[in-house]
Design a protein. Structure first.
Length: 256
C-alpha cells in the first residue's frame, strides 16, 4: 500500500523502517502540523520508537504506548516534552477545548519552555482583540462543578456525578472538564474520581469563586467562599444548566 493511501486510511501510523525512509516517503504529503497524520518510525530491531510527524497530536503518546507495551525506547524530541513542560495542545485537550487560532501554537509553546502561561476565561458577549502570541481556545463539553466534605471517597464523587448527569439527561462522555475550589486540590477522592473519568480537574482560587453570583446558598460561606460547585461552573461555562444539588457528601452543579 502506498504511503498516501496509508495516511488517508489510518488515524495513527507506525512505520517499521529507518527514519530517513519515513521522512522521504512523507515529505510529498505533508501540509501542516494540525492536519498531518501522526507517524512513528520504529527500527527493524524493535528497539526505538521515533515520532516523526504529529508529536503533540498523538505520535508522542503512541511512542510512549509502544515503549510501555513492547519495551521500546520512546525517542521524544518535541521541546516541551523533553523539558517536562506542558504545551498548548495538551492544555487544550485537558480543558476539553479546541484551538481556534492555530498559528499561535509556536509562540505559546516557546513561552511554556520559560514560564507558566496563564489560562484565562472571558465570558461574553464581548469583542476580543488578541496578539499573535495569544492562543484562543473554544471549550467543548460540559463543565461539572464539584464540592465535597473532607475525606470523601472517589466512589462517592463518581456516584454523585452520575446521578447529576442522569438528572439532566446527559452522560459521562459529554463531560469536558471538572471544576472545584483550590482548597480541594489535595482531596484524594476528588483526584481519583477525575482520573477514573479521564478528565482534567481545574482548581479555582477563592477570588475567582467569590467573583461569581451563585443562585443557591452554600455552606462554603463558613470557609469564606460564595460556594464551590456552582461558582466553579459559572466561572468556566457559558451558562448554568443544573444548579447545585447535594448527593450525600458531594455537591454537583453542571454548565455548558
Amino acid at each position: 500500500m502506498k504511503m498516501e493511501a496509508v495516511l488517508e486510511r489510518y488515524d495513527l501510523v507506525v512505520a517499521v523502517m529507518a527514519v530517513g525512509i519515513v521522512v522521504r516517503s512523507l515529505c510529498p504529503h505533508l501540509k501542516d502540523k494540525w492536519s498531518d497524520r501522526p507517524v512513528v518510525a520504529v527500527d527493524s530491531a524493535l528497539s526505538c520508537a521515533v515520532p516523526v510527524v504529529g508529536g503533540h497530536h498523538g505520535a508522542n503518546d503512541l511512542a510512549r504506548l509502544l515503549a510501555l507495551r513492547l519495551g521500546l525506547y520512546a525517542a521524544i524530541t518535541t521541546a516541551t516534552d523533553s523539558s517536562g513542560r506542558p504545551c498548548l495542545e495538551e492544555v487544550a485537550e485537558r480543558l476539553g477545548a479546541s484551538v481556534l487560532n492555530m498559528e499561535a501554537s509556536k509562540t505559546v509553546n516557546l513561552a511554556f519552555l520559560k514560564e507558566d502561561v496563564p489560562v484565562l476565561r472571558l465570558k461574553g458577549p464581548k469583542i476580543v482583540l488578541v496578539d499573535e502570541d495569544v492562543a484562543v481556545l473554544k471549550s467543548r463539553g460540559l463543565v461539572v462543578g464539584i464540592g465535597s466534605r473532607k475525606g470523601v471517597e472517589a466512589r462517592e464523587v463518581l456516584q454523585a456525578i452520575d446521578l447529576a448527569l442522569k438528572d439532566v439527561g446527559r452522560s459521562r462522555e459529554e463531560i469536558g472538564i471538572l471544576a472545584t475550589a483550590w482548597l480541594k486540590r489535595e482531596e484524594k477522592g476528588m483526584r481519583e474520581a477525575a482520573k477514573a473519568l479521564g478528565k482534567e480537574m481545574i482548581c479555582l482560587s477563592a477570588e475567582i469563586l467569590n467573583s461569581q453570583s451563585p443562585v443557591t446558598a452554600s455552606r462554603a460561606s463558613d470557609l469564606g467562599l460564595a460556594g464551590v460547585a456552582e461558582p466553579a461552573v459559572l466561572a468556566l461555562a457559558n451558562r448554568l444548566i443544573f444548579p447545585k444539588k447535594a448527593y450525600g457528601r458531594v455537591t454537583v452543579a453542571i454548565g455548558e
